[in-house]
Design a protein around this ligand. Structure first.
Ligand code: FAD
Ligand code: DHB
Length: 392
């Protein structure tokens, strides 16, 4: 049994927990991260790939973006297609901002390396089992590590432990309302060693289902197909995946070796309170958005930016106001992002029968998109990410 102590106990070494630890360290505030997976596992977990302008700025300020700028791909627009008719959304023109394509696992590798360089302790393969006394000024985290039970004593607990973590389960049930939508479709995603045959991302509605063409580098493509929720990955040979992607995207693709193939369900989920006493939730622990707007990671970074500011103000100025308003501030942005992600999901996915009222309404949105600069601008400003200040 070991007892350790720090100022902020952080559960989870995902983008939220790692970014928070670095933000606090910059202000001279100590933290320890408890992560139940191995370093190798979290560094290789394949997830998101698109960083908002805001997120890149946060990483710049933390001094963790050198490789991101070297290897990331800056995109000034994207395409939205409807049965082969394509409209470009010009981010530069509408927002003077851009996005960067850079895999989440690369972000996580960079953040972990810098945490270690800056002497931030991350305890891998350590399972947080309980958050204790968070309504007092002396909370603690119980965790198991190498077969031993341990306690991390701290002033604050950050629950950055993802959707299935203990953070949200610990938050008193009566302190929040829960909202969720389970979508009737999933994404089959692949990574392939092949040169992208498109210069920017393509979000394509097709009468047989949605397809998304993304990328990771000049040599690696990331592509997705809408499939039913009960779809089996065994039903999708590599040949079938490529054929369906070409069919739905309406372009020829360079077909290299597929080295990852998986199916992810889609949901919207959130709670309208993210804090109780000295426990604060951030990132996927508090909200999930469907991936169509590429927002999950970016929202996690926006949350911890608010949390780090609040904790810093507490230690530096003995002021708890920012912490008291933490949840309120985050939730305003979360609702905006929930709306945009839900909008993009319903816009781009096949739901209703061709020729039905719902499907013709959906088509009318694409027709409007082609003639309206205002509609394009609305999509652009949400897609690149509204400035942090918009919610302050
Ligand atoms: P996470 O990255 O989930 O990190 C939480 C960490 O906490 C994990 O490392 C976990 O191991 C650890 N943990 C959990 N419980 C405990 C415990 N009890 N003790 C210790 N540690 C614990 N977003 C997009 O924008 N685009 C995408 O294409 C996309 N694809 C996704 C695919 C999948 C399969 C998933 C699950 C998510 C995807 N997302 C995507 C969402 C995006 O990856 C997340 O929003 C992002 O990871 C959130 O970061 P986080 O730090 O809040 O949570
Ligand atoms: C990626 C994922 C998304 O959900 C998205 O909207 C754009 C890009 C990606 O993995 O590259």
């Amino acid at each position: 049994m070991k007892n350790i102590k720090t100022q902020v106990g952080i559960i989870g070494a995902g983008p939220a927990g790692l970014t928070l630890a670095l933000m606090l360290q910059k202000e001279g505030i100590s933290s320890i991260i408890i992560e139940n997976r191995s370093r190798e596992y979290v560094e290789n977990r394949i997830r998101a790939g698109l960083l908002e302008h805001n997120t890149v700025e946060v990483f710049d300020k933390l001094g963790v973006s050198e490789r991101l700028h070297r290897e990331g791909l800056v995109h000034h627009g994207c395409y939205i297609a409807y049965n082969g008719v394509t409209q470009r959304i010009d981010f530069q023109k509408h927002t003077q901002r851009e996005v960067t394509i850079y895999g989440q696992q690369e972000v996580v590798k960079d953040l972990i390396k810098v945490c270690f360089d800056r002497k931030i302790e991350i305890v891998f393969e350590a399972d947080a089992t309980e958050i204790n006394d968070f309504m007092t000024e002396k909370p603690s985290i119980s965790f198991t590590h190498s077969g031993e039970n341990n306690t991390l004593n701290c002033d604050f607990v950050a629950g950055t432990d993802g959707f299935h973590g203990i953070g949200r389960k610990t938050l008193p049930k009566e302190s929040y309302n829960e909202f969720k939508i389970e979508y009737p479709f999933s994404w089959l995603g692949i990574l392939a060693y092949s040169k992208p045959s498109y210069d920017e991302l393509i979000y394509a509605f097709h009468h047989e289902g949605f397809a998304l063409a993304s990328m990771r580098s000049e040599k690696v493509c990331r592509l997705y197909l809408q499939v039913p929720n009960d779809e089996k990955i065994e039903n999708w040979s590599d040949e079938k995946v490529w054929a369906e992607l070409e069919n739905r995207l309406g372009i020829a693709l360079n077909k290299g070796e597929i080295f990852e193939k998986s199916i992810t369900p889609m949901r919207s989920f959130m709670i309208d309170n993210m804090q109780a006493g000295r426990l604060f939730l951030a990132g996927d622990a508090a909200h999930i958005v469907p991936p169509t707007g590429a927002k999950g990671l970016n929202l996690a970074v926006a949350d911890v930016r608010n949390l780090a500011k609040g904790i810093t103000d507490f230690y530096k100025n003995n002021n708890e106001e920012l912490l008291d308003n933490y949840s309120k501030k985050c939730v305003a942005r979360v609702w905006r992002v929930q709306d945009f992600s839900n909008f993009m999901t319903y816009l781009c996915h096949k739901q209703a029968e061709s020729g039905s009222f719902e499907q013709l309404l959906q088509k009318s949105k694409f027709d409007y998109l082609r003639i309206s600069e205002a509609y394009q601008k609305t999509i652009a400003e949400n897609y690149v990410g509204l400035p942090f200040e918009a919610f302050e």
